[in-house]
Design a protein around this ligand. Structure first.
Ligand SMILES: O=C(O)c1ccc[n+]([C@@H]2O[C@H](COP(=O)([O-])O)[C@@H](O)[C@H]2O)c1
Ligand SMILES: Cc1cc2nc[nH]c2cc1C
Length: 349
């Protein structure tokens, strides 16, 4: 992990400013394309190019299980993680549909599914068979968290070698909203009740139980909020660690990464706590319905592109936001300038 962190440089703000100036020469009132202009500026800062490309995109989905599922914190049983991995591999999940729509290659990575899995179309990179129950013991060892981070780094490096110019990182893991909520409460020193939501769809009573489980885990684990790797190892998950590594690698390789929903944003926050320069490489795809997502977004001073009332995960919200990045780059490449089109510029007073 340290090797990849050492490669990360801050985004190129000068390239971003050059794009800001160029945008004002295009045939539109200044700043009239709003957030799309900010997106173009950020993509220039990420890549160092005035007219960057984000095609082709790559989707990487990390799957893992959570020992804390035994506490009854999810609406679905743990087996669903492995079953959904099979569904991803055969192309039938929402993320497969959206990936096809945007022309993205998809890689599914087993970083810690509890069941043994050898399946065509799934990269086997299991660090362990699910985490331990964090109420009882640390979710994983420190070295296992580092190994899972490296799985994320390696997946991004494969995508980059295959030509990807934009990354969409997703996850699948029953009970991972419990792990993410615990991490977020510690990292932001926020009361657990404020960050916990329905996840896959638990009723209010089960949600109160989920809050109590997380509170017990936090007080038993005593993770230092200033030590992101400790928070990740004691309360996190293997797919959350892999996503953290993926964001670190995206930054190191100057690739824009579209962050998905709640779990993805907690991983993004972890990456930014490990290396604040990562923040400039992240684009936030959508606002999830999970209440903790707003808290995580605020901690990152992030404003998501879409608000679709979604709470699926898998990278689905990030994939839906990708065409906006394409629009931002097409605007830079294809719009005429005032001079080129013979349109009168704004009157100078
Ligand atoms: O991305 C989100 O914001 C999101 C919000 C709620 C649930 N999920 C997905 O649902 C699963 C976790 O929910 P749960 O209730 O089992 O903790 C996991 O597979 C996530 O991909 C994802
Ligand atoms: C069916 C199902 C699909 C998912 N995709 C991501 N998380 C999920 C959780 C469930 C339960």
């Amino acid at each position: 992990m340290h090797a990849i962190v050492d490669q990360i440089q801050s985004v190129d703000l000068n390239a971003g400013e050059e794009t800001r100036r160029y945008l004002d020469t295009l045939t539109k009132p200044p700043e009239s394309l709003g957030a799309l202009e900010e997106l173009a500026i950020q993509l220039s800062a990420i890549t160092g190019e005035l007219k960057p490309r984000v095609t082709p995109p790559a989707v990487v989905v990390f799957a893992a299980d959570h020992g804390v599922a035994a506490e009854g914190v999810s609406a679905f049983p743990q087996e669903v993680t492995a079953q959904m991995v099979a569904n991803f591999a055969s192309g039938g999940a929402a993320i497969n549909v959206f990936a096809r729509q945007i022309g993205a290659q998809v890689e599914i990575v087993d970083v810690g599914v509890a069941a043994p899995l050898t399946m065509q179309g799934v990269t086997s990179a299991k660090v362990r068979h699910g985490t331990a129950n964090m109420v009882v013991e640390d979710a994983m060892q420190f070295e296992q968290a580092l190994a899972a981070i490296d799985v994320g780094v390696a997946a991004v490096e494969r995508a980059k070698s295959a030509g990807a110019r934009c990354l969409i990182v997703g996850e699948m893991g029953i009970a991972n909203t419990t792990a993410s909520s615990a991490m977020l409460a510690v990292l932001t020193v926020e009361p657990v009740a404020n960050v916990v939501g329905a996840g896959t769809g638990i009723a209010p009573q089960q949600q109160a139980h989920k809050v109590a489980v997380i509170e017990r885990a936090i007080s038993a684990r005593q993770a230092n909020p200033e030590a992101p790797l400790e928070v990740l190892a004691k309360l996190g998950g293997l797919e959350i660690a892999a996503m953290t590594g993926a964001y670190l690698a995206a930054a190191a390789h100057r690739l824009p990464a579209i962050v998905d929903g709640f779990i993805a944003t907690v991983a993004a926050l972890t990456a930014c706590r490990l290396c604040p320069a990562v923040r400039g490489y992240l684009i936030f795809g959508h606002r999830s319905q999970e209440p903790g997502h707003d808290i995580a977004l605020k901690a990152l001073e992030a404003k998501p592109l879409l608000d679709m009332s979604m709470r699926l995960g898998e990278g689905s919200g990030a994939a839906l936001a990708y065409p906006l990045l394409q629009a931002a780059t097409a605007m830079m490449r294809e719009m005429a300038t005032f001079t080129g089109a013979g349109v009168s510029d704004k009157a100078k007073s």
